[in-house]
Design a protein around this ligand. Structure first.
Ligand code: ADP
Length: 267
């Protein structure tokens, strides 16, 4: 088991360009054993930030991408049948709590509400996880830390975190970085020139203004890195932007025209 947890250790420093005081705040929350919620649109650096913090704090990181089919057993654990009979297998949350890892539940609101309730006893000062099927009350390792992400754009009345869940967390707001910072990130991650990265960011800024006017979500930093990687690999910028920035986010012909026009302004 000791070896298994070592696989989750982040050994090389993940590149993360801090945008405000989020690194200090996260470290303080970790020291205070305060669970953290990262709020912001998809592709703006939340996952990279957690990876960086796990590396900085020297703790293993267990990441779970949540989805609507996920049950409490998927994160807590279950009995499995094998040749010798039944054997308990810790789910990722239990595994992290037992061995002192940072557990990152990505898009936790996607999971069913009975799933989110299992994190409650872990997030108050009891820091316990009842494994009811196994008859064990697990005391979380002192190094265990819970982090969740939350995209405020996706929520509906039917699907949101309960207040009783939200109020257990400290929250950090994430957004697309300001222009010069985003240019730096896109150039660093994709290998595109700073001049082209600058144009890509300008296109994204235009597209982000269309959010709510026919676009559900703006062009993310992740998408800009995709476009930049294509350009760095020798693809013509206009073709790269169509493939990586325009086509993935909309099928509406008028919206595609509007975005193509934005691309045409810069390339
Ligand atoms: P999220 O978890 O918010 O959906 P990610 O963390 O996966 O988004 O970010 C997408 C990509 O954008 C990352 O892989 C990384 O290359 C880049 N990125 C975004 N913000 C930053 C940042 N502040 N520093 C370094 N890289 C970043």
């Amino acid at each position: 088991m000791k070896d298994m947890i070592e696989q989750y250790r982040v050994t090389d420093e993940p590149y993360y360009r801090a945008v405000a005081d989020e690194v200090d705040l996260f470290e303080a929350a970790y020291a205070a054993k305060m669970p953290v919620m990262l709020k912001g649109p998809t592709g703006c650096g939340k996952t990279r930030f957690v990876e960086h913090m796990a590396w900085k704090l020297g703790k293993p990181l267990v990441t779970v991408a949540c989805n609507e089919d996920m049950t409490a057993s998927d994160i807590v654990g279950r009995f499995l049948l094998d040749a010798d009979g039944t054997r308990w297998q810790d789910g990722p949350l239990t595994f992290a709590a037992r061995h002192g890892a940072i557990c990152y539940l990505d898009e936790v609101v996607e999971a069913r509400q009975d799933t989110t309730v299992v994190i409650h006893p872990l997030t108050d000062n009891r820091r316990v996880l009842p494994l009811e099927k196994k008859g064990e009350l697990l005391n979380a390792h002192p190094d265990f830390h819970l982090v969740i992400s939350y995209n405020p754009g996706y929520q509906s009345l039917m699907k949101d975190l309960k207040q009783s869940t939200k109020q257990r967390f400290g929250a950090l707001d994430f957004n697309y970085p300001e222009h010069a910072t985003e240019v730096e990130i896109v150039a660093h991650e994709s290998g595109v020139t700073p001049e082209d990265a600058d144009k890509l960011v300008s296109i994204a800024e235009r597209a982000r203004n269309l959010k709510g006017h026919g676009l559900d979500e703006g062009i993310s930093t992740r998408m800009l890195i995709h476009a930049g990687s294509l350009i760095a690999g020798g693809i013509a910028p206009v073709a790269a932007c169509h493939m990586a920035l325009v086509r993935p986010i909309t099928d509406d012909p008028d919206m595609r025209d509007a975005l193509d026009a934005a691309v045409g302004t810069y390339f």
